[in-house]
Design a protein. Structure first.
Length: 185
């Protein structure tokens, strides 16, 4: 008899705890902008056509999502907007993603820069990832590197490799962020 009432009390406690959690997170399961942003970023990364030649950033404020960056094909902009809209907790989506011009020259330049960077032994571990962290944005022959690398040396070497790939108009813009900046004493 005591075991039965103890089990019933535990079951009631778990039920109340579950109800309390459901009311604090809301019906959507997403309670704040950070969680919405993480979910939208996850959806973008899982999008099968998101490549090393695309770069999309996400900002969320009170459930309103803003997508910025660049994509290499026109259909990707619409697809990413639809993916973001489907995330629970999203009230609206502003899709300010730029569609890069499609040209055989830019496509060739993308490949040349990607080969120059990812064939370097320093970046071989990045090349094995589903979506490598160095994104190569080519806009009418102008190259910009976006993304994250481990240290300042990798940032510099990636810039050197991209500049050495040839074919680009002007200097490569290196916007890579460094995950572990060195501290100087």
């Amino acid at each position: 008899m005591k075991k039965l009432s103890l089990k019933m009390m535990l079951a009631a406690a778990f039920l109340l705890a579950g109800t309390a959690m459901a009311t604090t997170t809301g019906s959507s399961g997403v309670s704040n902008d950070t969680q919405i942003a993480q979910k939208v970023i996850h959806e973008i990364r899982m999008y099968p056509r998101y490549t090393v030649w695309d770069n999309v950033a996400v900002r969320v404020r009170e459930g309103d999502v803003e997508l910025t960056g660049q994509v290499s094909q026109p259909f990707k902009k619409a697809d990413l907007g639809r993916l973001a809209q489907r995330v629970p907790g999203v009230r609206s989506v502003t899709n300010a993603v730029e569609v890069l011009p499609t040209s055989p020259f830019d496509d060739r330049l993308r490949l040349q820069v990607a080969r120059a960077i990812y064939r370097d032994p320093m970046f071989s571990r990045y090349a094995m990832q589903a979506i490598p962290p160095i994104h190569i944005i080519v806009d009418n022959g102008h190259v910009t590197l976006e993304g994250v690398v481990n240290n300042e040396m990798e940032k510099n070497v990636a810039g050197i490799r991209a500049n050495g790939a040839g074919l680009s108009f002007g200097q490569v813009i290196n916007n890579l962020r460094v995950e572990n900046p060195s501290t100087k004493s």
